[in-house]
Ligand binder design. Sequence first.
Ligand code: AMP
Length: 300
Amino acid sequence: MTSNRLRRGVEDRGLVRCRAVAELRAQVAGWRSRGLTTGYVPTMGALHEGHMALVHSALEQCDRCIVSIFVNPLQFDRASDLKSYPRDPAQDERRLRKSGADLLFEPDSEEMYPDGFSTGVMVAGVSEGLCGAYRPGHFGGVATVVCKLLLQALPDFAYFGEKDYQQLLVVRRMVRDLDLPVSIRSVATVREGDGLALSSRNRALSPRQRATAPALYRVLSRVAGALAEGREEAAPWLAWGRQELDAAGFDKIDYLELRAAEDLKPLARADRPARVLAAAWLGTTRLIDNLPVPMQSRES
Ligand code: AMP
């Protein structure tokens, strides 16, 4: 403990755990009164290296790092998905202690949604289409919980992964529209060696499904590469990609689309900064991923 404290040159290091909003506020107020900056990483737990990349960014860029773990019932469109969502509190705590994170906020549902809770945040535009079309209510649930989490702690920075690209844009839009005094920072997707994006949901894959899963990244890479610099029409490549996913063994493809990186508007070709985004099912596990379309300026 002492060495940790000495390393950061401050006297209250070590992971503090709290479940009540009032305790969280008191902690952050104490830091703020000493001029320390705060970075916040909201998660649903079952932490992996993708989450930890967000934590490491916050630790590097801020004086203090808060991580929340809350499996938010509002953002699940299927009760069975909420029930089976992976939980691993002992491992989460070990990882966070080792990382040097300062505060773990673990509210229960009553703390977040007291009896009679009846307010929701709805972000139009970027919430529509893609996952929004297949998971009714999902982004309303995300926006509502993130809005609450940010208002509770009022951190200087909050960190979100590009892995959930539509979610990142929903959060950015909400923060801008509601004048929340927090800067949103994004972190690149962390992948396995074979390209599969790390996700808590990967734990549910059978060995066979796990072997199929990296096809999602391979297809996104091929399509993003083919559409680089707006050279080609997207439609034939997206049709090709769906066939490839199907042939690889995906059970259902929700979408494979080219969208503008800034606002997720549909694009016929990547003639401005763009991303290719996909969601597909292996059995009862739904995987999502996305990649930017390379845009380096063409040499004359
Ligand atoms: P979750 O616990 O799934 O709600 O994710 C919490 C945060 O971690 C979100 O901002 C995610 O986008 C981010 N995240 C999840 N997986 C990854 C990954 N493989 N790489 C980078 N960030 C991730």
